[in-house]
Design a protein around this ligand. Sequence first.
Ligand code: SF4
Length: 439
Amino acid sequence: MALTGLQIQKLLPKTNCKECGSNTCLAFAMKLAGKKAELSECPYASDEAKAILGAASEPPVKTVTLGEAKVGGELYLCRHEKTFFNQPIFAVNVDDTDDGLKDKIEQIKNYVLERVGEILTIGAIAVTQMQDDSQKYLDAVKTAAASGRPIILRAKNAATAKEAAVLIKDNGGVIVNSVKESALELATVARENGLILGVTGATLDEIAEVTGQVKESGFNDILLGIPAESLAQRFQLNTVARRAALGNIKTMGYSFLHFIEDDNIYNVLRESTNEVCKYGGVIVFPKLDIALISTVMTLRQNIYTDPQKPIQMEPGIYRIGEPTEDSYVWLTTNFSLTYFLVSGEIEGCGQNAWLILPECEGLSVLTAWAAGKFGGDMIAKFVLSQGLNESQKNKSLIIPGYVAQIKGDIEEGLPGWNIIVGSQEAGDIESFVNSTLNK
Ligand code: SF4
């Protein structure tokens, strides 16, 4: 029977040293009970605790860390049950025949997409061996490793993989084992070099057999390369493997590592979206196609947003352009998407402005108003708390057209201010500016 948080706490040191990232041993015990942490995160856990909690305290899907990003640690089959936690890492493949490898690596390393306040990048680089000349492969690995990104090694044989692993020691990367017989040897290499082992196989049963052996050898930082002959089969096998993991089949309790081999743009799109939606852990794209990767990054961001916590901005005052005391003050909620739409439209009209976002728990305008979190009194108090009454000569506040009904309440709370009802939709801001502010 599963232990409760209080029962687990009795087995912990109770020093509340915080080294596990929780404020108290009890908080950590509650996480263990909920399978949101692993006992290995407490460096002071006694042998007795390890023996009793052992496998029972392990999350169903092992969390591993590539560089600074975590994958795995998932608790649910479907996002709507609660949320998914650790988004898949996107990697790009290069190989030892690539001309201009250095430039390609630079492009991968420097690619950045900023979306709704999040900075999205390529999290790892895979290096595949295509030629028999192992020195060429090792040179390619060295070039890729200079990027500082975690490297995923896919060598032709264990001997080359072993040499390459030394070059990326402690870089937080992965060494892929493609032959069942070399799994234990490469697990040792992975352990010695601080890497993760990618286990592949012809069938799920074969993979389970190998992960069982590797785990028994004392190494447990594993990713699974699920074999499939078609997209439909991949969809099915990913689901089978994850369902097994959540059903406590420990040999399947790992995140997935998938190489997209076909570089036809439609196939890459199909495979990558399947992995994002169906439990992918590390997704290796065949090349850096910015239009495609940015699209899939957007999907990933949506799937891995906690549906119970909208993406939100810090409440406060945001500058658009070079605002002064004569600029208009605009108002909207702190829902990130609303903020980026509204600020983009104001900026697009060439306006220098102040944009204020009160605390609305990340809700959109109408939802916040309906939930009583975007009322006139509260907004007036927020404007005063930000010192705008003292700093602004132009005491004009533009409010969203959808909440025109709170104009009177704001006027009462902000004597001397001119409250202007703006457009309902962000897309109509330009015509509002031209018809009302610039006339
Ligand atoms: S690291 Fe261990 S001893 Fe320290 S607070 Fe966490 S559980 Fe307690």
